[in-house]
Design a protein. Structure first.
Ligand code: DGL
Length: 268
C-alpha cells in the first residue's frame, strides 16, 4: 500500500533532503543554487553515520525513518542525498511512498564513456560498492573498462568529527589513491556525497590528467526536471525557508555550511 501525503498547495511545500550526515550538503548547495526559491528541509542523521558499514536492512530502516520525518514536515519531493542510501533503499522508498524521490549513484557512465586509459577509479562506501544497484550500473555502462574500486573506510567518520582538513585525512587519501594511480586511472568517480569536500586535497594528490567526477549538479538538474514534470516548482519570489536539522553536535554541520544557515539540534 502506498502512503499519500497531500494536504495543501503542493508547489509551496519544501524539498526534503537527507543524508547519513553532513555530506548531503554538497547536494543541497547545488539544489539551492539552481532552485533559489525553493524551501528546503535538510536532515543530517549524523548519529547513525557511517551508513556505509551497516547492513542493507539497517540502511533501509534508517531511510524509512528519515523519509517519514520529512513527510511529516510536508515535503513535496525527497532527495536521498547519499549514495549508500540510494543504492540500498531507493527502490523500496519509491514503491511505498507516493511522492517523487531523487537519488544519487556513482557516476560511472560519464567516466566510462570518456576514459582514454580505459581505467576508472571509484571511491565509495562499502555499502555502495557491495550494492546490487551499483553492480547493475557498472555492468551496463562499463563493460570493457577496468574499474578500480576503493572503499573509503574512515573518511566519513573523519569528516563527521570535524577532521576534514587533517594529516590523517591526507594520508588516508594517499593510501587509497595509490593502487588507482598504479593502474593509470584517468577518471576518479566520487561515490559518496561527503567526498566533494575532499576535492581540494584530491587536487593536490592527483596528477593533472586525472579528472574528478562528482554528480551534485546532475542531481540538482534532475530535481528541477522532476519538480517541473510533476508541476511542483515553486513559482514564488519569496525568500526561501531553509531548515537544517542534526541529531548530534550541530557545529560540524554549521561549519560545513560556512556559517550561512541556522542548524537545529534534533533528538531523533
Ligand atoms: N554521504 C553518504 C554517501 O553518499 C555517506 C555514507 C556513510 O554514511 O557511510 O554514501
Amino acid at each position: 500500500m502506498k502512503v499519500a501525503f497531500y494536504f495543501c498547495k503542493m508547489q509551496n511545500k519544501p524539498i526534503g533532503i537527507f543524508d547519513s550526515g553532513v555530506g548531503g550538503t554538497s547536494i543541497f548547495k547545488e539544489i539551492h543554487a539552481l532552485l533559489p526559491n525553493e524551501d528546503c528541509i535538510y536532515l543530517a542523521d549524523s548519529k547513525n553515520a557511517p551508513y556505509g558499514n551497516r547492513s542493507k536492512e539497517d540502511i533501509l530502516q534508517l531511510c524509512i525513518k528519515n523519509t517519514e520525518f520529512l513527510l511529516h514536515r510536508n515535503c513535496k519531493l525527497i532527495v536521498v542525498a547519499c549514495n549508500t542510501a540510494t543504492t540500498n533503499a531507493i527502490s523500496y522508498l519509491r514503491e511505498h511512498y507516493d511522492i517523487p524521490f531523487i537519488g544519487i549513484e556513482p557516476a560511472i557512465k560519464p567516466a566510462a564513456l570518456n576514459t582514454k586509459t580505459k581505467t576508472v577509479g571509484i571511491l565509495a562506501t562499502k555499502g555502495t560498492l557491495s550494492s546490487l544497484l551499483f553492480h547493475k550500473t557498472s555492468d551496463l555502462y562499463a563493460s570493457g573498462i577496468t574499474i578500480v574500486e576503493q572503499i573509503g573506510e574512515g573518511i566519513v567518520p573523519l569528516i563527521e568529527s570535524g577532521q576534514l582538513h587533517s594529516d590523517r585525512m591526507e594520508s588516508l587519501l594517499e593510501k587509497y589513491l595509490e593502487p588507482m594511480l598504479e593502474q593509470q586511472i584517468d577518471y576518479l568517480v566520487l561515490g559518496c556525497t561527503h567526498y566533494p569536500y575532499l576535492i581540494p586535497i584530491l587536487n593536490k594528490l592527483l596528477p593533472e590528467n586525472v579528472t574528478i567526477i562528482d554528480s551534485g549538479l546532475a542531481v540538482a538538474k534532475q530535481t528541477k526536471t522532476i519538480l517541473d514534470a510533476n508541476d511542483l516548482l515553486n513559482g514564488s519570489n519569496n525568500k526561501p525557508n531553509i531548515q537544517f536539522y542534526s541529531n548530534t553536535d550541530t557545529e560540524v554541520l554549521k561549519s560545513i555550511l560556512g556559517g550561512s544557515f541556522k542548524v537545529e539540534y534534533l533528538d531523533f
